[in-house]
Design a protein. Sequence first.
Length: 358
Amino acid sequence: MALGALLGHAQALEITPEVVAQGLQNPWAVAFLPDGQFLVTERPGRLRVVSAQGQLGEPVQGLPAIAAGGQGGLLDVVLDSGFAQNRTLYFCYSEAAPNGTNSTALAKARLSSDQHALQDVQVLFSQQPKVASQLHFGCRIVERRDGTLLLTLGERSHYKEEAQNLRNHLGKIVRLHKDGSVPQDNPFVGRSGARPEIWSYGHRSPQGAALAPDGTFWMNEHGPQGGDEINRPEPGKNYGWPVITYGENYGGGKIGAGITHQAGMEQPAHQWTPSIAVSGMAFITSDRYPGWKGQMVVGALKAQRLERITLAGDKVVRVEPLLAQLGQRVRDVRQGPDGWLYVLTDRSNGQLLRLRTR
């Protein structure tokens, strides 16, 4: 069922969003099962198998307790690179503590052969400290080509200064082995006063992440009022929040010293002011979209569209809107095994869309 042809600007590609499934409650992430079905998370705390024909399965059983509320809930899900053999997947979610605090957690599990339940659920990582907040969980998972996992972690909003503190996990990206152990070549292993899991720091609210075709890791993160960013995080580097930012306090007023540059802090590859509220991220590696191969796409919640981004090495050279008439918050975008892009829309009656060309 087409929503109507919406024109992509360059290369004169006409993109038509096709509804694959609907009736999803605030879906957050989609993964692609080998049999052509979809695995979709719903933020209130449900994981569903969606058939190739768009039928929603009953919630998959076996999830751990999830602290759903605000921006928290069941968030990202990715399949292990060896899923076809081991049926292993990874998911992240907001994990509660008995005292009313919470944080982002990463878990692994096996999907049962009948796809009705998770088995052998194991929590690999829990962000420390847990705090009283329902904001800025981060929670995108990427498997690197070396088999390690990268997990993005927000600074939980009210604790923004902690993004510069290497003694905790707030506002960090962490790198882990698939058993939850720390790779010994992580940048802060052996450094006093630093968590060994940390890969990079100085992040605010990172809600999109993906590997480029050359294997490099890219992510995006929300700025405050302005200053949404694309970054290519490298080990041990500081991405500046909240010392440097292109945004300002909500309602106006500078953050900190109101500066955008400082020695020892990295500049974004791109920033949006005003904010578009960045979300999922993917790279186009298929031939489905002539002229777009190798480009990045980024979802936008507030702006209710996709952004198509042309890169030259580690530089963003062009940003163009797609689906400008969609009228729905875009939460996730992924390229499927069939080469098409798939989009999840964030609302109580959310949709899974396939983006076709004419």
